[in-house]
Design a protein around this ligand. Structure first.
Ligand code: GRF
Length: 217
């Protein structure tokens, strides 16, 4: 089986990266992680990649002369590694339009809310402030506007009495770690494709297909 060659972009902790690395260990997983790039050289996620024997590029965006120049460096590193598909996993920097265009329909992101609700930062704090009862996480194709793009899969997560930002974030993060490998499998196996801005599930008439689920009891 030829596996999709995936590059992962991170900025920090890298727990979603770790979930992808773990999933990709399975012989039948249709993707392999061949490069991890961080825009912060000290990102803890880089150590997770190194521990798994995956090549890393520890870049520092502060040393680049512009966003475009930095993104060109990333693009060159991805191409040099033979990367075919990019996963953003806690990459906390806005991408240049040129980079988004170069990886159009070949780049996905995970967001800790049920898009299109709560794009941007501090999602859990905002959900709690609004009294939301259900939140979750979303894996979507990347488009130029931050946290937009065709939605591949979502997981619903309840808000429970007594939740604070930390407890809710932890519950959503546990769902992210299930959802992201699940969504990448759908894409890498060809079960999900995107035409224009419309997601198609192979062999399934139902838009929800297998891609809406709640990992919580
Ligand atoms: C996750 O909550 C992800 O959804 C968001 O940033 C966080 C990254 O966490 N985009 P980690 O670095 O994967 O642990």
């Amino acid at each position: 089986m030829s596996k999709l060659r995936v590059g992962v972009l991170i900025s920090g902790r890298g727990s979603n990266l770790a979930a992808l690395i773990d999933a990709a260990r399975a012989p039948d997983y249709p993707a392999e992680i061949v490069l991890v790039i961080s825009n912060r050289p000290q990102a803890a996620g880089l150590d997770r990649a190194r521990a798994a024997g995956i090549p890393v590029r520890a870049l520092d965006h502060k040393l680049a002369e512009s966003r475009e120049a930095f993104d060109r460096t990333m693009d060159e590193a991805l191409r040099a590694a033979g990367v075919e598909f990019v996963c953003m996993a806690g990459y906390l920097r806005v991408l240049s339009d040129g980079f988004v265009d170069a990886w159009h329909n070949r780049m996905i992101n995970i967001h800790p809310a049920l898009l299109p609700a709560y794009p941007g930062l501090d999602t859990h704090r905002r959900v709690l402030a609004d009294g939301g009862r259900i939140t979750g996480c979303t894996v979507h194709y990347v488009r130029k506007a931050v946290d937009t793009g065709p939605i591949i899969a979502q997981a619903a997560v309840p808000v429970v009495a007594g939740d604070d930002e930390a407890s809710l974030a932890a519950r959503v993060l546990a769902a992210e770690h299930v959802l992201y490998p699940f969504a990448l499998r759908l894409v890498a196996s060809g079960q999900v494709t995107v035409a224009g801005d419309e997601i198609r599930y192979a062999g399934m008439a139902d838009r929800a297909g297998p891609a809406l689920f709640s990992p919580m009891p």
